[in-house]
Design a protein around this ligand. Sequence first.
Ligand SMILES: [Zn+2]
Length: 353
Amino acid sequence: MAEIVNYPLLALVGQEEMKTALILAAINPRLRGVLLLGPRGTGKTTAARGLVDLLPPVQQSSCPHGCDPRLAAISMEYICPDCAEKLEKGEDITYLAPMQLVELPLNATMDDVIGGPNPRVALEQSRWQLQQGILHYAHHNVLYVDEVNLLDEEIVNCILDAASRGYYVVRRGRLIGTFPSEFLLIGSMNPEEGSLRPQLMDRLGLRVVVAPVQDAQQRLDVYERNRRFADDSVSFAASYADETMTLADEIASAKDLLPKVTIPPRIAESAIRLINSLHIQSHRAEIVLLEAARARAAADGREEVAEEDVAVVAPPALRQRRSDYMERFVKDSRKEDERIANGVKRILGIEKR
Ligand SMILES: [Zn+2]
């Protein structure tokens, strides 16, 4: 059987911001993922696949149905009879394995995402049993949503909700189940093919504009590396194995260090001043900016955020967050509140406290 090898993330020519953003999001789950904005053929999907090889292994289900001991803890109804038997005997139904990239197909339905009726069980036993969906398989893995702007709004909302809560809820008739789903979300979109609604855009932490490399030598490097990978993917990946392993170790250490990383008050204040100076309304801006700065400090092996961390992460954390509409809306409603307060004072004689 041919070995499936991912193109190494480190073999991508240029695209430093994309690599940094993906690594920071892998270190700090509070960043709620990355949105890659750019035309086709700029390596967005390749980068997402390459990232997976840099992440520490996790417990994966050993069952083809994806049975998980946590589901068994909710109800034995959620796991297959084989796994139920194994658990009863005290056998493991998971094993430590590399993270996987779970890709959401563009034509996915709500049943595909959260799970739906198991057709085999419905047919053979004429009863309803939940067949797990993509959010279940994405648990502890990376969920890649290509063309996120072309997806059904209900589906995008459902995925973003799961990404921020770490769980999702299935409601079908009398069945209500809450299932764990913690994953690193990577969305990609081609701005030429329709925009993403601002409120959805706001919920993806880092945004990277992935432009094709312009430099003639770099373009040639892109071609050369692609040719070498197409000729012999295994030895091409092997030539990056040392670097990949070193980076993977650094990411693992950064994840361990992250809880200890603090932000000196003067740097936090500068970060907020920066956001205010850009007229960004959403409070997600400061969460993402400061959490990305913490992740960068951790990646660098430091326990304290430096100004440079904020400077480096500011573009992916803050771009495309300012909303002309929200700025006008807040200004207008403040004016309206003043008029109401004046009316209350004039007519009722009560001063606003
Ligand atoms: Zn099973």
